[in-house]
Ligand binder design. Structure first.
Ligand SMILES: C[S@@+](CC[C@H](N)C(=O)[O-])C[C@H]1O[C@@H](n2cnc3c(N)ncnc32)[C@H](O)[C@@H]1O
Length: 297
């Protein structure tokens, strides 16, 4: 199945695209948001993109033959080191693309069996299977609790250790069954392996660190008046965005002149946005999406 871009109309509205401006799509994926941005640009406009996934880069090179567009096989956190001009807008649509989730060989899914992998960048040396088969019970529990916010983390990590004493854990069905065996499966609720798979994926790709690094670099790339759009898929991502842009109260001593230049300010463009019922019906993946948009002032 090809990827349906989440909150597409809202993203484009918030970017308020200047036809001759410079834009950045940090998470190209299958190009849903990039395509829409490019449609709003005139011949002076430019769109730059990054993705860690080689499959995404291949799709872009095949489908986006346009001299206004360039893509880099890089993390978005590397934005300051790419050869790109100052930007009028940027978008980051975190999480996985349908291509990644639906390809069993990538090991992201507990529905389609495949080797445990979950790397966004298949050129990286990170090895989740090796880690799951070697890490201590405490390490595994910490990852599941911290990145999955899974209350059953202790039981799951204990079971992983118990099972791997007899046989190594190699594929995603195997892992999902282990998790299921110590979980209470509630009808109509999410699959019991959902949070643990999310935790392992965030851990092996350093996802939260990448977002932190992005946030600490992005301001240097943005023009005054430019706009930023972030789409998160769980509260850990959303919290990083929300807290980073939360206005900070600064109490300057009265006798020190305020240097406005050192204080960077972004204004939130309304509150967080969620997908409508109609969008969720067409694209269930949008159910957990949270969009936040900001303008540099
Ligand atoms: C939800 S998809 C983006 C979908 C895209 N907006 C579309 O409409 O087709 C997320 C993409 O971000 C990529 N990604 C994840 N972490 C990244 C990072 N640190 N830097 C660059 N790309 C990343 C993934 O490989 C994936 O292709």
């Amino acid at each position: 199945m090809s990827h349906i871009p989440v909150l597409l109309e809202e993203s484009i509205d918030f970017l308020r695209i200047i036809p001759g401006g410079n834009y950045f799509d940090g998470t190209y994926g299958e190009g849903g948001h990039s395509n829409a941005i490019l449609k709003n640009l005139n011949k002076e406009g430019r769109l730059f993109a990054t993705d860690l996934d080689l499959g995404a880069i291949e799709i872009a090179k095949k489908n986006m033959v346009d001299n206004r567009f360039s893509i880099f096989h890089s993390s978005f956190s590397n934005i300051k080191h790419l050869d790109i001009p100052h930007l009028d807008g940027a978008i980051f649509d975190f999480g996985m693309s349908s291509n990644q989730l639906d390809d069993p060989s990538r090991g992201f899914s507990f529905k389609n069996n495949g080797p445990i992998d979950m790397r966004m960048n298949t050129e990286s040396d990170a090895n989740l299977k090796k880690w799951i088969n070697n890490a201590s019970e405490n390490e595994i529990e910490d990852v599941i609790r911290q990145f999955g916010e899974e209350s059953n983390a202790k039981k799951i990590s204990k079971k992983i250790i118990e099972v791997r004493q007899n046989k190594s854990i190699n594929d995603t069905h195997n892992l999902a069954e282990i998790i299921k065996s110590v979980s209470r499966f509630k009808k109509n609720k999410i699959h019991p392996a959902t949070k643990t798979f999310q935790a392992f994926r965030i851990f092996i790709n350093n996802e939260l660190d990448e977002i932190q690094k992005l946030l600490s670099s992005i301001d240097d790339m943005m023009k005054v008046g430019s706009r930023l759009v972030f789409i998160s898929f769980h509260s850990l991502e959303d919290r990083l965005i929300k807290n980073f842009f939360r206005p900070k109260e600064i109490n300057y001593p009265r006798d020190i002149p305020i240097n406005n230049e050192i204080e960077i300010r972004y204004k939130a463009l309304g509150k967080k946005i969620r997908a409508s019922k109609d969008e969720i019906k067409i694209n269930p993946r949008s159910r957990s999406a949270i969009l936040r948009a900001f303008e540099k002032i």
